[in-house]
Design a protein around this ligand. Structure first.
Ligand SMILES: Cc1cc2nc3c(=O)[nH]c(=O)nc-3n(C[C@H](O)[C@H](O)[C@H](O)COP(=O)(O)OP(=O)(O)OC[C@H]3O[C@@H](n4cnc5c(N)ncnc54)[C@H](O)[C@@H]3O)c2cc1C
Length: 351
């Protein structure tokens, strides 16, 4: 079989890349290891266009946000599923926090994303320990798990996915192509998240993955429409269920859930609200992150048949569609542009 591309990994990155290639009528096959936990299975799917700590726009948000909306709407049409839930996020503000919010909203041109003036006229506001709320109007969530599942089903129907682990040892590099079992492809793109740290082709890259844990809670007495963000976020997912997250740790990079993360999240939640909750679920995953916290896309300088799309970190939902589109345009020769801060070339600078 001859194809244009092999894609390794069908988490969010592989899904978005495959979708763009499909839209460009390119041929491809996806390999996905069903035994590996995906960070996309764990992610809450939150979309936040603002960095609250500094009250600045999130990196590239003015370009990434419109592309994100376009891509997820197209995926909804293709898969006949509701996946993208735009909505508001309420930021819990202290008195000082409120001054900072108002000052920076104008100084950093954030008005397209949030209300500069505070607001306390939301349903349920009395439930929260807050001086005031800042309202981010352009927030929301992506149901990543539903997207991955529905896109996998779509790929299966088209015979475009093999649910098995890809073995790099069996990869045969030809001058202008690669051969794997009975498949010849022009290029192979690895979208394998933290597993890339063990991939011999990418030993030059500097990864700095982080572990994260998220809780799913049931809070019967709360019927929130908005996401609430304080020391942790509370994201309504329907039927009085909420995702609460997330922790960050860099020590033990594994997929085990821990009592300490659960206690940390519940303690931080108590600082926001005293409503009674029941823990329904807890998940742990690894955020695929590079040393400079920028994604990594591009082809290996010495082996341009081999590429990578990785490092989406904690902003995969927002940044993924923008970089998938840019990378596919590059791969099919429509453009030579890769964002310099994301380009894999940054790891191959000559000394
Ligand atoms: C706790 C937590 C909360 C998060 N919350 C958010 C959030 O609210 N918003 C947000 O935008 N982002 C969030 N993220 C980040 C988000 O999960 C990632 O940016 C995104 O899911 C990364 O997708 P990926 O495709 O790179 O990796 P993954 O989803 O891990 O997918 C990698 C895939 O590659 C496959 N694979 C690997 N090696 C092989 C191989 N050799 N052969 C075949 N298949 C292989 C794996 O099986 C897997 O399916 C969160 C992450 C965590 C851990």
């Amino acid at each position: 079989m001859k194809v244009d591309f092999i894609i390794v990994g069908q988490g969010l990155a592989g899904t978005l890349l495959a979708h763009e290639l499909f839209r460009q009528s390119k041929t491809f096959v996806v390999f996905n290891d069903p035994d590996q936990i995906k960070s996309s299975d764990v992610a809450a799917g939150l979309i936040n266009p603002v960095v609250f700590r500094r009250m600045t726009k999130s990196w590239l948000v003015d370009d990434a946000f419109p592309q994100m909306e376009t891509t997820y709407r197209k995926l909804e049409e293709l898969l006949h599923e509701q996946l993208y839930f735009p909505g508001r996020m309420l930021k819990i503000l202290s008195e000082d926090g409120l001054c900072f919010w108002k000052e920076k909203a104008f100084a950093n041109q954030l008005e397209a994303y949030l209300d500069a003036e505070p607001n306390l006229n939301f349903k349920n506001t009395g439930t929260f320990n807050t001086f005031s709320f800042g309202c981010v109007n352009k927030s929301g969530r992506l149901d990543i798990q539903k997207l991955i599942f529905a896109f996998s089903r779509f790929l299966s129907q088209q015979n475009l996915i093999t649910n098995e682990k890809f073995d790099c040892e069996k990869l045969d590099l030809q001058p202008d192509s690669i051969v794997y079992d009975n498949i010849t492809a022009r290029k192979i793109i690895f979208c394998e998240e933290s597993a890339a740290s063990q991939n011999p082709f990418f030993e030059n890259l500097k990864f700095k993955h982080s572990k994260g844990e998220v809780l799913e809670l049931k809070i019967p007495e709360l019927n929130l429409e908005e996401i609430v963000s304080g020391e942790v976020f509370m994201m309504p997912i329907g039927n009085h269920h909420y995702k609460v997250g997330a922790t960050y740790s860099w020590d033990e990079l594994n997929f085990e859930t821990t009592g300490s993360a659960r206690a940390e999240l519940l303690d931080k939640l108590k600082n926001i609200t005293s409503t009674q909750s029941e823990v329904i679920n807890q998940k742990a995953g690894i955020r695929p992150t590079m040393h400079d916290r920028k994604p990594v896309i591009g082809l290996l300088p010495d082996h341009p048949q081999i590429g990578i799309f990785n490092g989406l970190g904690s902003k995969g939902v927002l940044l993924g569609p923008f970089f998938a589109k840019q990378f596919v345009n590059f791969l099919i020769g429509e453009s030579t542009l890769l964002h310099p801060e994301a380009d894999i070339k940054r790891y191959f600078k000559r000394k």
